[in-house]
Ligand binder design. Structure first.
Ligand code: NAP
Length: 362
């Protein structure tokens, strides 16, 4: 078995607990992983003056593979998202977020198997923003008016939504290649091109352009994002691989997590040409921090994606089978799974006891 060095970012809130659980489960498979711990987040800010010290990026550039817990981002003010900064710095242009049913979660559906491919580098997440009342915002508002492009209220804050040919083409191509490599049959491009003609319109144009190359091999369709949300709730079986610009991808993947039992069940990966950073969809859930309550399944399934990426398929399968067995038995599950199954959290086990139950299946 090959030895792998992986950068581990425990993160904020519930991050340290769920990454500890993940690490114990991965190590129990026998996979030979050396963890290089390089922490980031709100708690690192106090010590280092930045939530994302250089040593984190240096470590990932060296190991090429990282797994992280969630990192807190202050709302409205304060430092910008560490997650967005990581994705930009390492050009992790793919955010892969599979949503699949596992019996025993008490989810509303039991037959979901959807893969969300979210563009990760631009759109409203590009971080190009102009604060209300700033000189730059006023200048931009005047410029737009002078060009006859529209009237923006003078007391506005502004966030730009750039969508490029380059990023749209490569994310859609990645989605099609993923579909082929994983025996999927359809790619759905999601957009709001009827309203946002020059941004989402360009995304759709590039999606159609790339889809033409795969005609006869992979089915293609496009859908408007609002109808997509309704469709996901009413007829989720219509979806296979979905490719979306950044913001819609973020929102729709939480919706998809809801279909399979909640955020505690939703894994994810950020993938670029050189490196990959694996992280669950959910955030740092600060109210559960330090309470040994959070569900580590999303983090553990995130490790499954990482092990598959590393070619450690046997270890990945072992974990997946263990998670399935423990959830199906339903006795050693965390509060959220107990709640969806019984309406009460009575009898739930903690984060580490749940990991123990998975390890016991090996
Ligand atoms: P959140 O941390 O995802 O938590 C929202 C709710 O989802 C929780 O209160 C809990 O619901 C449920 N949940 C999330 N993770 C769970 C788990 N492992 N087990 C069981 N339930 C879980 O979202 P948030 O409160 O909006 O965000 C908190 C912070 O995380 C923010 O600073 C945000 O910016 C950040 N964030 C980071 C990332 C990342 O690092 N990739 C991603 C998203 C958000 P119940 O209370 O109903 O049980």
């Amino acid at each position: 078995m090959a030895k792998h060095t992986v950068t581990l970012i425990p993160g904020d809130g519930i991050g340290p607990e769920i990454t500890t659980a993940m690490r114990r489960v991965v190590e129990a498979t026998g996979a030979d992983i050396e963890w290089e711990i390089a922490d980031a987040g709100e708690h690192v800010m106090a010590e280092c003056g930045t939530p994302l010290p250089d040593y984190v990026l240096d470590s990932i550039r060296k190991t090429k593979v990282a797994i992280k817990g969630p990192v807190t981002t202050p709302v409205g003010t304060g430092f910008r998202s560490v997650n967005v900064a990581l994705r930009k710095a390492l050009d992790l242009y793919v955010n892969l977020r599979p949503a699949f049913s596992i019996p025993g979660t008490g989810a509303r559906y039991d037959d979901i198997d959807i893969v969300i491919v979210r563009e990760n580098t631009e759109d409203l997440y590009a971080g190009i923003e102009f604060e209300q009342g700033s000189a730059q915002a006023a200048e931009l508002i005047d410029w737009v008016a002078a060009k006859g492009a529209g009237a923006i209220r003078p007391d506005s804050g502004i966030s730009l939504k750039p969508i490029s040919i380059t990023a749209s083409e490569r994310i859609v191509r990645w989605a099609f290649e993923y579909a082929i490599a994983n025996d999927r049959h359809k790619v759905t491009a999601v957009h709001k091109a009827n309203i946002l003609k020059y941004s989402d319109g360009l995304f759709l144009e590039m999606a159609r352009h790339v889809a033409a190359e795969y005609e006869g091999r992979i089915e293609f369709e496009d859908r408007i994002v609002d109808m997509t949300c309704m469709g996901l709730v009413l007829y989720p079986e219509q979806f296979d691989v979905m490719v979306l610009p950044n913001l819609y991808g973020d929102i729709v993947s939480d919706l998809a997590a809801g279909l399979v039992g909640g955020l505690g069940m939703a894994p994810g990966a950020n993938i670029g040409t050189g490196c990959a950073v694996f992280e669950p969809v959910h955030g740092s859930a600060p109210k559960y921090a330090g309470k040994d309550m959070a569900n580590p399944t999303a983090e553990i399934l995130t490790a499954v994606l990482m092990l598959q990426h590393l070619g450690e398929h046997e270890a990945a399968e072992k974990i997946l089978a263990g998670v399935r067995q423990v959830l199906a038995e339903g006795t050693h599950v965390t509060y959220d799974i107990k709640r969806t199954n019984t309406g009460s959290t009575d009898g739930a086990v903690g984060t580490q006891a749940y990991a123990d139950a998975i390890v016991a299946t090996f």
